[in-house]
Design a binder for this molecule. Structure first.
Ligand code: PGA
Length: 251
């Protein structure tokens, strides 16, 4: 696991964008796994700036998002489809049909999950997966207790997740209670993983991740067993008192 501590959120976003741009330049047909939430917003802004200034092209890139709320259509401003269009896709030259996100208003969730896995497989899997981490250790919407073998599936969101995400909704009652998410097994098949962690509220999660325990009660802990993970975190997430334990480099 490579760990890189950045000064602040701005630097973290720049560092993440630099890695993504590098991979897309090396392989213009890259398949990128993308994430929503507060953390990757700055990264997407940097990708847009770079696209306009330097012309990095996404014409041949395919993307798969980690998850989508059940019950929200793409036109709903709180859906992850809407988020991705607004935060990234509409501002770069990616073909919208090459941007895959689970269908939150599918009539058949079982089929939708299977379809998503098949699409991923047909593409040869994700080359680089961008990830955030929940304070409870969730990755995607895989909450504590999810099987490490899980594939794309429907989840009941943890009450802590509903609370954390209520900040994006007019009221907590409007946060969907379920979502479709790539499974942990799906995420682990990515060839490379880039985990972004920002802010003091993630400090405890970072410490637990780096303790080395691998436990389904803390979903992100499986990343300790992935051969190619880079963690970018800002100083706030690293925790000032932890600098002796969490150093730049590998462990
Ligand atoms: P955040 O969410 O980026 O909004 O903190 C990350 C997550 O819950 O996975």
């Amino acid at each position: 696991m490579k760990i890189n501590i950045l000064e602040d959120y701005q630097e973290l976003s720049q560092a993440a964008a630099t890695i993504l741009i590098d991979r897309v330049k090396k392989n213009p047909k890259s398949t990128l796994g993308l994430a929503t939430g507060g953390t990757p917003k700055g990264t997407y802004q940097q990708l847009i700036t770079d696209h306009h200034q330097n012309g990095t092209s996404y014409q041949h890139v395919t993307t798969f998002n980690l998850d989508e709320y059940l019950g929200l259509a793409g036109e709903n401003p709180n859906s992850y489809r809407y988020f991705m269009n607004a935060q990234l896709f509409h501002h770069i030259d990616i073909k919208i049909e090459n941007t895959l996100i689970p269908n939150g208003v599918t009539m058949n969730t079982v089929e939708e999950c299977q379809r998503y896995e098949q699409l991923l497989e047909a593409k040869g899997g994700v080359d680089l997966q961008l990830l955030g981490i929940g304070s409870n250790g969730h990755i995607g919407f895989n909450e504590p207790g999810t099987s490490f073998e899980s594939r794309t599936h429907v989840v009941d969101l943890a009450s802590t997740t509903i609370k954390a995400n209520a900040r994006f909704f007019p009221s907590i009652e409007e946060v969907p209670k379920q979502a479709i998410t790539m499974g942990i097994g799906t995420i682990m098949k990515s060839k490379e993983i880039l985990l972004l962690v920002s802010g003091e509220q993630k400090k405890a999660a970072v410490q637990r991740l780096l303790s080395g325990e691998v436990n389904e009660e803390f979903p992100a802990s499986i990343l300790n067993q992935h051969p190619n993970v880079t963690i970018l975190m800002d100083k706030a997430a690293a925790g000032q008192g932890d600098r002796h334990r969490v150093l730049n480099g590998s462990y």
